[in-house]
Design a protein around this ligand. Structure first.
Ligand SMILES: [Zn+2]
Length: 494
């Protein structure tokens, strides 16, 4: 695996034919990360990736705040006894926990976990803060990294430390908790699909695949170019499990103890970065939609004669000022490299729009705008640069989205009626296989296990959250052949 910065000339891998090699090359070639830090599985995020990730946070956080969430910063460490209060949760997470066992020379009597997720930190405090229904709803979020002891790691897809947002919401009633699930799913869809052009499939996960300690899990799946699925986030209905375990309660008028309901939502910022790189990129590198591109417009001066040099550069700087005044992240690349080198470099970085300015443009008060995705060129009046950038930026996003949606549609197989056909579809084109399935309640688990083994990794993702699909009365489960109660989707995952 490549680890350091490659020169742009070395980047020439077919994404379609060799996705894994493409991915492992582009993340280093575009200088997103460096994996040479000397603790395995921990990654250094370089400025371009850091800005991209900040861009993702800046799309999600206002959406959460509009929905009434407040930001908090909780401790990174969680005492072991907090974990042990919810027994399914501890069983689910402890194999992945990093433990801090010493401070200086002193051994701790109780080890501290580096948070793998923070329910057990938040509920500790919720027990102190929530005393009556008047304290609810309580909706908090934190933007942070979490730690999991993973054995196989892949940048932006699986890591020992990764970045996300976690919300922790508490409600007086079950109804409000269930309503929050739909709000979370709408936020995930709005950000991913509308602002980033990445289509999502939201699934109610099978009961055997829910969050440890939760009642129900909805997860947001993105199709990657190799046909495998990248789960970019999830919402869990925790019921009263955590509020009961941590004593978050009040006494009602009838003298009985009341326990509120709760939910949590984890937009996987890191995995979204992986999705952005993969879904939109091409053989020239990244293609970033305008809302998250660290540089949205790069302005490349084409300097030919020495006497016009200053005039061309000033023209570029004026243009940069004009675009920045309108709130765009514009940048003049006035380095000593050739224009051709600069084109390749910024294409590799995924900058959505390039403006070329040569002597002819200056003489005519024009600019040449080039789209990163299609490389179409448009010569326009310099005075209207902002309007054009805005319009073309929107077109790029629409076209990236349409392309990704078409790819997803093409990779949903609907014709499989037995497990051999499911396997054949997964082997030939990956993606999702839509099947009749007996049940996503616990009694369907043996069929799911059998299918996963038979297809070498095809997992039952659950049924669609937003589309009521039911099998016909005559349809049979693709595995056991008994009456099907569900339309489920099967896919291989990261
Ligand atoms: Zn079955």
């Amino acid at each position: 695996m490549a680890t350091g910065l490659l020169s742009t000339r070395e980047f020439n891998v077919s994404k379609r034919e060799k996705f894994s090699e493409w991915y492992n090359t582009v993340i280093y070639a575009a200088d997103l990360v460096d994996s040479r830090y000397n603790v395995q599985g921990f990654l250094v995020h370089k400025p371009w990736a850091t800005r991209l990730i900040r861009g993702l946070y800046s799309l999600f956080e206002p959406e959460l705040e509009k929905d009434g969430h407040e930001p908090v910063v909780f401790p990174t460490v969680i005492p072991k006894e907090n974990f042990e209060l919810e027994k399914e949760h501890v069983a689910g997470f402890v194999p992945q926990v990093f433990w801090v066992t010493r401070g200086g020379e002193e051994e701790f009597a109780r080890p501290l976990a580096l948070r793998p997720t923070s329910e057990t930190a938040f509920y500790q405090m919720f027990a102190l803060w929530i005393r009556s229904p008047a304290d609810l709803p309580l909706k908090l979020y934190q933007s942070c990294s979490v730690f999991r002891y993973e054995h196989e790691t892949l940048p932006f897809l699986r890591g020992r430390e990764f970045l996300w947002i976690e919300t922790h919401d508490v409600f007086a009633t079950e109804k409000e908790a269930r309503a929050q699930l739909l709000i979370d799913s709408a936020i995930a869809t709005r950000v991913l699909t509308e602002k980033l052009g990445i289509p999502l499939m939201a699934f109610l996960r099978p009961q055997w695949d829910r969050f440890p300690g939760g009642l129900e899990t909805v997860a947001y799946d993105v199709l990657m170019p190799d046909g495998k699925i990248n789960q970019v986030g999830s919402t869990h209905i925790l019921g009263q499990n955590f509020t009961k375990a941590f004593g978050v309660k009040w006494t009602g008028g009838d003298g009985k103890e009341q326990f509120p309901w709760s939910t949590c939502f984890g937009p996987g910022i890191w995995r979204m970065a992986g999705a952005l790189v993969s879904v939109h990129g091409d053989d020239k590198g990244l293609i970033l939609p305008l809302p998250v591109a660290p540089v949205q417009v790069v302005i490349v001066p084409i300097l030919k004669s020495e006497e016009k040099r200053k005039e061309v550069l000033d023209y570029c700087l004026n243009l940069q000022g004009h675009l920045r005044t309108h709130g765009l992240r514009a940048k003049v690349d006035d380095s000593n490299k050739s224009p051709g080198f600069k084109y390749n470099y910024w294409e590799l970085k995924g900058v959505p729009l390039r403006i070329e300015v040569g002597e002819r443009e200056v003489a005519q008060n024009k600019i040449t705008i080039v789209r990163r995705d299609t490389r179409e060129k448009l010569v326009a009046e310099s005075a209207h640069a902002f309007k054009h950038v805005e319009e073309i930026g929107a077109k790029i996003l629409d076209s990236l989205r349409a392309k990704a949606e078409a790819e997803l549609k093409e990779r949903i197989t609907t014709s499989a009626t037995d497990k051999r056909q499911v396997k054949a579809a997964l082997d030939s084109k990956g993606g999702f296989v839509r099947v009749a399935f007996c049940s996503i309640a616990m009694d369907g688990e043996p069929c799911a296990s059998e299918l996963q083994e038979f297809t070498q990794g095809g997992k039952v993702r659950g049924h669609l959250l937003n589309k009521k699909e039911k099998p016909d009365a005559s349809e049979k489960c693709v595995v056991c052949g008994k009456k099907a109660h569900e339309i489920a989707y099967v896919a291989k995952q990261y």
